[in-house]
Design a protein around this ligand. Structure first.
Ligand SMILES: Nc1ncnc2c1ncn2[C@@H]1O[C@H](COP(=O)(O)OP(=O)(O)OP(=O)(O)O)[C@@H](O)[C@H]1O
Length: 257
């Protein structure tokens, strides 16, 4: 068997007396698209922050391709090939769309951020930047200041920046939050295309998105994973229906069937 892209073992996190993550164990295979779902306050963002280095685990282990990363600084984890987006937009609004993506590309190639002004001649950087912009369908808006993009395009740019760093494990926190139905459909297609071959971990409230995108789903309730399975099995899981999805499960659209 291959080494899991991410391997979480008996992970706990408490804030003072509040025990928020309560023994999470989960393996995510290389190339898998995995979604974490669960009610508000279940601990999804906390789990994301633990994996990407925002929080120190209280106990337990988090391994990236077999290497322990629990408690490492976020930039070190990023350097090891794990990149995450945030719910709150992370883009440089005064820079153009192209410059924003270029920053990520430069970073992945080992250049400092201060180098970006002189990169016009760096062919490999230009090519990689254009490739990413094309994969998320933003090439025709590359010269615009990021602040002028419509909201859905800003979220897409955020995803492009996350991918530009060259990581092969990508974590997206509610990538379609605030988007209309048609914008969401487009974003899902772009995310699938842009993360092809990479390992993807998402937190998402839109069940249409989750069931369309994920190979497997984990359901987090009160800091514990109550089920990890393929979308169809999650939809039919009695425990999951009781704790979270309820009758909504029957109404979920998706090609998971
Ligand atoms: N830094 C912190 N200090 C204290 N409590 C925290 C901290 N971060 C999160 N919590 C608590 O942990 C619990 C889980 O929060 P978290 O944001 O991880 O849930 P979530 O599943 O992401 O919720 P939502 O779906 O609403 O985003 C909440 O009760 C929250 O108040």
């Amino acid at each position: 068997m291959s080494v899991p892209a991410l391997s979480i073992n008996n992970l706990h996190k408490s804030f003072g007396p509040a025990h928020i993550i309560r023994g999470v164990t989960l393996d995510i295979e290389p190339g898998e698209r995995h979604a974490i779902i669960g009610p508000n306050g279940a601990g999804k963002s906390t789990l994301f922050n633990l994996i990407s280095g925002g929080y120190h685990p209280s106990s337990g282990s988090i391994k990236l391709r077999g290497e322990e990363i629990g408690g490492m600084k976020p930039f070190k984890i990023n350097r090891k090939g794990l990149s995450r987006s945030f719910q709150v937009s992370n883009i440089f609004s005064n820079m153009t769309v192209r410059e924003n993506v270029r920053c990520g590309v430069l970073y992945s190639m080992g250049y400092g951020y201060g180098f970006w002004r002189n990169v016009g001649n760096l062919h490999d950087v230009q090519r990689k930047t254009a490739e990413i912009l094309e994969s998320v369908d933003l090439l025709d808006k590359a010269q615009l200041p990021a602040a002028l993009l419509p909201y859905a395009d800003q979220r897409t740019l955020e995803i492009a920046i996350t991918i530009a760093g060259g990581a092969d494990v990508i974590m997206l926190d509610e990538p379609t939050a605030g988007m209309s139905h048609s914008e969401t459909e487009r974003a899902v297609a772009l995310i699938k295309q842009a993360t092809e071959g990479k390992t993807l971990l998402i937190v998402e409230h839109d069940m249409g998105v989750v069931f369309n995108m994920a190979d497997r789903i984990s359901v987090l309730v009160y800091g514990e994973i109550i089920a990890t399975d393929k979308p169809m099995a999650i939809r039919g899981n009695e425990k999951v229906r009781e704790a979270y999805l309820g009758d909504e499960a029957d109404a979920i659209e998706g090609d998971a069937a």
